[in-house]
Design a protein around this ligand. Structure first.
Ligand code: TRP
Length: 344
């Protein structure tokens, strides 16, 4: 048994629209976890600026993610909902962890290689350092469980390596300061949401993404019922009817994706969905999917729009969350200072 009290932490970047992939892959899980854990959900605006952001849009996007958390059912009183830049200890711990992490570890990160592209020398220093800040986000609260999409697995591994190296490098001081054998827990990823991989509606081999040029590739949490209906109707399919068994989805990425979305939204397995729709043509299946998607998402998107309009409320939630987060962060940062050998 780990000696650390259980705590969930996760972060979502404040860059642009949230879509169905974020919802089914992450946020549904966040909502579920609040039943059994103390949870902290953070809008990571410090991570957002690792690539250029328009300052006005950044503020709007931070509020939008916070509104989405609340609209999806995260209770900001029971949990802690806040934006990262209001808790300076994230950046403060990141500096210490920068001196623990190795350059070679960061050069291996696939997300950095993807985002930096060909001109790696010209990427921001922050983009290379992104995973260390992410480790600091988690470790400043000594969080034990981290729900993330499967694309974040490697970053979580790195956070564990950093925690482990800190615990080793400072083991004597950790013991001397009364923290026993290890100061940081090794945080565990929680990968499975109802649908870990929601794919583009235009290309079933690509992940649904906010950076896709076509808005028809994704269902945004800000879309209204008409937009949802249009996008589902236009979604790419193939000419065959739906199979009756999951095996029949092999080699049919678009069909597989739509069935997966239906399954996740209705809380069924793909097998159940195919039991009902096997043999149906896509136009019938799509009508059913439109009804389901609108029924499930419209109340959320409506609520989100209403919350987002009340800036005073949203800003108040984030400020209150940040204050509560800071109380925990400050205590842990003081311990880190003692362990590392800083006077305070
Ligand atoms: N990198 C994560 C993503 O893009 C966001 C993130 C930042 C995060 N800090 C975190 C996720 C800490 C979990 C825990 O999805």
């Amino acid at each position: 048994m780990s000696p650390f009290p259980q705590r969930v932490f996760s972060g979502v970047q404040s860059t642009g629209n949230l879509h169905l992939g974020n919802y089914l892959g992450a946020i549904v899980r966040f909502v579920e976890l609040q039943k059994s854990f103390d949870c902290m959900y953070c809008v990571v605006d410090l991570h957002a600026i690792t690539v250029p952001q328009d300052p006005i849009a950044l503020k709007a996007n931070t509020r939008e993610i916070a509104a989405a958390f609340i609209a999806c059912g995260i209770d900001p009183k029971q949990n802690i909902v806040f934006n990262q830049s209001q808790v300076p200890e994230h950046a403060e711990l990141a500096w210490v962890l920068n001196c623990v992490a190795r350059i070679g570890w960061l050069n291996r990160m696939t997300q950095f290689k993807d985002k930096a592209g060909k001109d790696r020398e010209n990427a921001s220093m922050g983009l290379l350092d992104y995973p260390v800040l992410m480790a600091a986000d988690i470790l400043i609260y000594r969080a034990t469980h981290v729900p993330v999409g499967d694309d974040q697995k490697q970053h979580l591994e790195l956070a564990r390596d950093i925690a482990q190296k800190f615990n080793n490098d400072f083991s004597e001081s950790i013991a001397r300061n009364g923290f026993g054998e290890a100061f940081f827990p090794l945080p565990e990823p929680l990968i499975s949401g109802p649908a870990t991989r929601v794919m583009s509606l235009r290309d079933g081999t690509k992940k649904m993404s906010k950076s896709d040029a076509s808005d028809y590739s994704r269902i945004n949490l800000s879309d209204d019922a008409d937009q949802i209906a249009q996008k589902v109707k236009k979604a790419k399919t193939d000419p065959d009817a739906l199979p009756s068994e999951e095996k029949g989805l092999e080699g049919r990425p678009e069909a597989d994706n739509l069935v997966g979305i239906y399954a996740a939204l209705s809380g069924q397995s793909k097998t159940d969905v195919l039991g009902e729709f096997g043999g149906a043509n896509f136009s019938n299946f799509k009508s059913a999917l439109v009804d389901l998607a609108v029924a499930k998402l419209a109340p959320i998107t409506d609520k989100m729009r209403r919350i987002r309009e009340d800036e005073t409320y949203v800003d108040g939630v984030l400020r209150d969350g940040a204050e509560r987060a800071r109380a925990i962060a400050r205590e842990n940062m003081n311990a880190v200072k003692d362990i590392v050998g800083f006077l305070r």
